[in-house]
Design a binder for this molecule. Structure first.
Ligand SMILES: *Cc1c(COP(=O)(O)O)cnc(C)c1O
Length: 340
């Protein structure tokens, strides 16, 4: 059966690199949305917890419930459908209207748009939002923003940092006026954290880097993160493909010589994208993918019982003109996980 093997040592090594960069485990919040970027929500949450991480971020309340007992604080990015108060859950407010959907005493992190123009309130709505939060009986525990292009060497990063620094000052003033405790501030994702010399905020939301990647190799060439995930498949069958015979759907692979080919139990139904077909893709040990990837089957020029499809998704992302994020999050949650 196809499976994902998670390399625990690599995971811990990545967390150590992140810890060294940010200064403390307590300043890391691991982003576990989308099934921990395809790695398995509960598996990664358990590993992070055993390393000593105390904060996590997910997209939905349903995800937060699965890992509730493993963290002191869980930020929920985009789900206001919460019926009862929770000590652990903090809900992101992406729009002023969110304030009025939440039950009394809910802990909230207010998202501010500092230039990405995707989610978050505008800077000039800050006071209105904080007053609304108080009136509604919510507890303001965080203020945050998100970078639009931290993985590119442009001045956007510095511009958004200046905007957020100004917002922080305003928050201090507003909180004094309203006799509120100062909330925690956070702005960096993985790439933003590695752009800072001294990260000025209370914690960072670290997704991709914990899994062993940063999106831009040129910008981040000295950071030695190690991919955590390996995708493996088992052989279904083997055959001798004779010179001139064609293989698979649409018969667009023709053997240039006699060769042993085997079919493996992985396909686009598992999230091994069909786009990868016919682009010269090779497995991590160098076996060539032949013909079209089918729903649950893929053929390689190999006779091995088990094949490591990939242990690093950089190449496959480049081949498909997409991001490592997309390759990883395409992997279906039904793939069995093993930790080594
Ligand atoms: C997904 C996400 C992150 C994590 O980003 P990485 O680049 O994977 O570290 C952080 N903040 C927000 C708002 C996100 O949506």
């Amino acid at each position: 059966m196809s499976k994902i093997i998670l390399n625990k040592e690599n995971y811990f090594e990545n967390l150590r690199i992140i810890e060294k960069k940010i200064g403390s485990k307590d300043k890391i919040s691991v982003v576990l949305k989308d099934n921990a970027y395809g790695h398995g929500l509960l598996e990664i949450a358990n590993l992070a917890q055993s390393f000593g991480i105390k904060k996590a971020v997910v997209q939905l309340v349903e995800e937060a419930k699965i890992i509730e007992n493993l963290f002191e604080e869980i930020l929920i990015f985009a789900d206001t459908n919460i019926k009862t108060y929770s000590h652990t859950f903090h809900i992101a407010i992406n729009d002023l209207s969110d304030i009025y959907l939440l039950p009394k005493n809910t802990k909230v992190h207010l998202k501010i748009d500092t230039g990405m123009h995707r989610n978050g309130i505008q800077e000039n709505q800050l006071k209105e939002a904080i007053i609304g939060i108080c009136k509604q009986g919510l507890v303001l525990t965080g203020i945050f923003t998100h970078h639009r292009s931290a993985d590119k060497l442009s001045c956007d990063f510095y511009w958004q940092n200046r905007n957020f620094a100004r917002i922080k000052k305003n928050v201090f003033t507003i909180c004094e006026e309203l006799s509120l405790a100062i909330p925690k501030f956070h702005s960096a994702n993985s790439s933003a954290l590695f752009r800072f010399n001294n990260y000025p905020d209370d914690f960072a939301r670290i997704g991709l880097a914990q899994y062993g990647y940063l999106e831009n190799d040129k910008v981040f060439k000295d950071i030695k993160l190690k991919p955590v995930l390996e995708l493996w498949a088992d052989k279904n069958s083997s055959r001798l493909l004779k010179k001139g015979q064609r293989l698979g759907y649409s018969s667009n692979y023709e053997a240039s010589k006699d060769m042993i080919v085997s079919n493996y139990d992985i396909g686009y139904g598992d999230g091994f994208l069909r786009f990868t077909s016919n682009k010269g893709f090779k497995s991590s040990e160098g076996y060539e993918l032949l013909g079209n990837i089918s729903m649950d089957n893929t053929s390689f020029q190999s006779n091995k019982e088990q094949i490591c499809i990939f242990n690093n998704v950089k190449k496959i992302a480049t081949l498909n003109n997409t991001l490592t994020y997309e390759i990883l999050t395409s992997l279906k949650s039904t793939i069995k996980k093993e930790i080594k």
